[in-house]
Design a protein around this ligand. Structure first.
Ligand code: HEC
Length: 189
């Protein structure tokens, strides 16, 4: 092919390209885009997967009463090392960063003599029954927003049960363990 032939070929390709682009533009104008009513690709989420994807619901801490019967206070005493920077568990133990915790099960909240509680805890009120301790120890600041107890919490229900079983023992007369009726009521059955 001579030079003229090549030029003609390129010109031809160029014109064809321009026409194609013009054609696409024209089609755009003639056939307006409409919003898709639905994603073109529907992503199938299996039943179980959908539940996981949902924002975690605040269903409160797992039931604790049934776990208390088989809880291990000695394991709780080991866990208490997480608390001893701030708390003393023995009878007559002084207040430190946190109040002394002797006799704490079923005690009124915020009632240890000589300790300066946050108003958040005082205003919250009520007693430290097993359910309240379970909720507080899971995530103190979620249960009593504004508490000055700077502790992340005990995530595992068995850890909380062991911890509470230890707290129960650190008392002049340990609180009664939950009855079968109380356990059934807590689990809603
Ligand atoms: C960093 C210090 C710190 C750690 C660690 C800590 N606490 Fe506390 N705790 C506090 C403070 C401070 C308060 C008082 C909270 C307030 O007034 O809001 C408190 C309050 C409490 C109360 C309520 C007492 C009452 O008289 O109402 C309980 C029960 C308790 N802590 C248990 C524990 C246990 C069990 C652990 C370990 C698993 C623990 N805390 C770890 C600082 C701590």
């Amino acid at each position: 092919m001579d030079e003229l032939g090549l030029n003609k070929l390129f010109a031809g390709i160029l014109v064809a390209g321009l026409m194609l682009m013009a054609g696409i533009k024209l089609a755009d104008v003639l056939v307006p885009h409409s919003e898709l009513a639905q994603n073109a690709y529907v992503i199938e989420v299996p039943e179980g997967g959908a539940a996981v994807a949902e924002a975690p619901k605040d269903t409160g801490p797992e039931p604790i009463l049934a776990l208390l019967a088989s809880a291990d206070p000695a394991a709780g005493e080991k866990l208490a090392k997480k608390c001893t920077a701030c708390h003393v568990f023995d009878q007559g133990g002084a207040n430190k960063v946190g109040p002394g915790l002797w006799n704490i099960v079923n005690a009124d909240k915020g009632a240890v003599d000589g300790f300066g509680y946050s108003s958040a805890l005082i205003d919250f009120g009520g007693q430290w029954d097993y359910a309240a301790l379970n909720a507080f120890l899971k995530k103190p600041k979620a249960y009593i927003s504004g508490t000055k107890m700077n502790f992340i919490g005990l995530k595992k229900p068995t850890d909380r049960a062991n911890m509470i079983a230890y707290l129960r023992q650190q008392a002049s007369s340990p609180a009664p363990l939950p009855t079968a009726e109380e356990i059934a009521a807590e689990t809603g059955g």
